[in-house]
Unconditional design. Structure first.
Length: 94
């Protein structure tokens, strides 16, 4: 597996593992989040388990439904990237 693909998989896994704790901290059940998003509760379960991936737009709507501000959303994504996606020592990090 290429290092880029490995980083992408690691980043995705971390993202989906983070969604359930954020939902729980927000005080929402899967059903309540599903209602807020206008989707079926089974979709929430599939996303939280990593079985179903979200587009960037879907992720932003999801995070907004959890009560995150724009600043918090981008901090959340940036922190995931720093921890699991970025390449140490690359031009992008300088």
């Amino acid at each position: 597996m290429s290092s880029s693909l490995y980083r992408s998989n690691r980043l995705n896994a971390s993202l989906y593992e983070s969604l359930k704790p954020y939902r729980v901290r927000s005080g929402l059940s899967q059903s309540a989040l599903a209602t807020e998003l206008g989707v079926d509760q089974a979709l929430i379960s599939r996303v939280e388990s990593g079985e179903r991936k979200l587009s960037f737009g879907e992720l932003m709507v999801w995070l907004e439904a959890l009560g995150m501000s724009e600043k918090e959303m981008f901090a959340f994504i940036g922190n995931l990237w720093k921890e699991h996606g970025s390449r140490a020592g690359s031009l992008w990090n300088q």
